[in-house]
Design a protein around this ligand. Structure first.
Ligand code: AMP
Ligand code: GLY
Length: 420
């Protein structure tokens, strides 16, 4: 099978790595890819948010399966365009990707099927939003409705702060994403991410993970795209997992089918769990990054069979072989991230790290330049390891981090602290 993966981060490096473990993968192209991906697959520089361009490229290269990594091409309708061209595609239509692209849409779906989530109000102008806030209590959560690269969520400690956030959003602080605003009840509990493959109504859970969103040790400092993750998430016991499937995921997916916009791809289910009860925080229409890295290392070659079955609507026949193992990924980022950081600094020590089925250094934001690997993104490397215990996975991941010579980079030293 000839495969095209869209994206160029650590998530896509992990997807490429897993695909290549499977003998069914004949040819693999990643667009745009990065320096790490270029060591294992062909990279192509095309506009991945333009469905026509991707369809043409796929035809020229006899591609049979397209795996879409990030949300932007999904929201832009690239999956729709590729399906029209007759390709097998892993990733939802633009209409189904609204579960990520519009927070009010997700709330509406939850309302329609009574899925447990935070109480909310949805507003298109500031005065009504502020009146709703003043009638409630703090803390309260203010969200830009649209895609805001993970930055459109403000947890306001006071009602004044919440009202200021509303003014910022309607004032254009998040561009078009803030033209509508959702105000939510603040939920307490422990968060976990749950990953489910969906092809219409069939749902197949493929794993759980927890990530660390804050930049600093002890979960302090500003929010990031994620500084590390581990799988499985201990809070996702069998009972909690079953409840999340029965009360949240399956009813929502049935509602999408009922509306004529079935979901097809991986559903990232962000949950808040308190006293054994899961409630939905958010859906994403893609794998998490860096959660994907730990899931792929654990699933290995079977990930491609599962993704392929999902893309072809054969999930009801698919089975996951669970290993009783643990994985952890530690993100190495450029100093300054998530604010301004230097680009183009040289990373040394990569060649000394062995890649095997236990440890892989996934690249997130790197470029090859004059024979050296340089950092081009905020999140740059993902030291990812597997073990019989989380402690073993952790020790292996940090040994990889410690082998890297990159003075301009940093990482958190406490990934997994809650579970260890
Ligand atoms: P989202 O982009 O919706 O996932 O929000 C980003 C983060 O904000 C989540 O991972 C949670 O940590 C937090 N968050 C979002 N909504 C709520 C809520 N209603 N209650 C508590 N925390 C929330
Ligand atoms: N790690 C969080 C995300 O991918 O949205």
């Amino acid at each position: 099978m000839n495969i095209l993966i869209l994206g160029g981060g650590g998530r896509e490096h992990a997807l490429a790595w897993a695909a290549l473990q499977n003998p069914k993968c004949d040819k693999l192209i990643v667009a745009p890819g990065n320096a790490g991906i270029a060591q294992i697959a062909e990279c192509a520089s095309i506009d991945i948010e333009d469905g026509g361009t991707v369809a043409e490229f796929a035809a020229e290269n006899a591609i049979e399966l397209v795996i879409i990594g990030p949300e932007a091409p999904l929201a832009a309708g690239v999956a729709d365009r590729l399906r029209e061209a007759g390709l097998s595609v892993f990733g939802p239509s633009a209409a189904a990707a609204r579960l990520e692209a519009s927070k009010s849409f997700t709330k509406e779906i939850c309302d329609a099927c009574h899925a447990p989530t935070a109480a909310y109000g949805h507003f298109t102008e500031a005065d009504a939003a502020k009146a709703y806030i003043r009638a409630g209590t703090a803390p309260v959560v203010v969200k830009a409705d649209g895609l805001a690269a993970g930055k459109g969520v403000i947890i306001a400690e006071t009602l004044e702060e919440a009202c200021a956030a509303v003014d910022d959003m309607f004032g254009g602080a998040f561009g078009g994403a803030g033209a509508e605003v959702v105000i939510e009840e603040f939920m307490t509990g422990e968060e976990a991410s749950f990953f489910v493959l969906v092809d219409g109504e069939d749902c197949l859970p493929i794993g759980t993970a927890q990530d660390h969103k804050r930049v600093g040790d002890g979960d302090t400092g500003p929010n990031t795209g994620g500084m590390g993750a581990y799988s499985p998430a201990p809070i996702m016991t069998d009972t909690v997992t079953q409840k999340a499937l029965d009360d949240i995921v399956r009813p929502c997916m049935a509602e999408m089918v009922r509306r004529g916009t079935p979901y097809q791809g991986v559903l990232y289910v962000g949950l808040m769990i308190e006293n054994g009860q899961p409630r939905l925080v958010e859906y994403n229409a893609r794998f998490g990054d860096p959660e994907c890295q730990v899931l792929m290392l654990r699933l290995g070659a079977q990930a491609l069979d599962l993704i392929h079955a999902c893309a072809e609507g054969r999930l009801s026949e698919a089975r996951v072989n669970w290993a009783d193992d643990h994985a952890m990924t530690v993100v190495m980022a450029a100093k300054g991230y998530p604010d301004a950081y230097e680009k183009g600094t040289v990373i040394k020590g990569l060649e000394a790290i062995s890649d095997d089925s236990m440890t892989v250094m996934f690249h997130a934001g790197t470029t090859a330049k004059d024979g050296a690997v340089t950092a081009t993104g905020g999140r740059v490397l993902n030291a990812t390891a597997r073990g019989a215990t989380l402690q073993e996975a952790r020790d292996r991941a940090y040994a990889m981090v410690d082998a890297i010579d990159w003075p301009e980079g940093f990482c958190r030293r406490d990934i997994g602290w809650r579970a260890l």
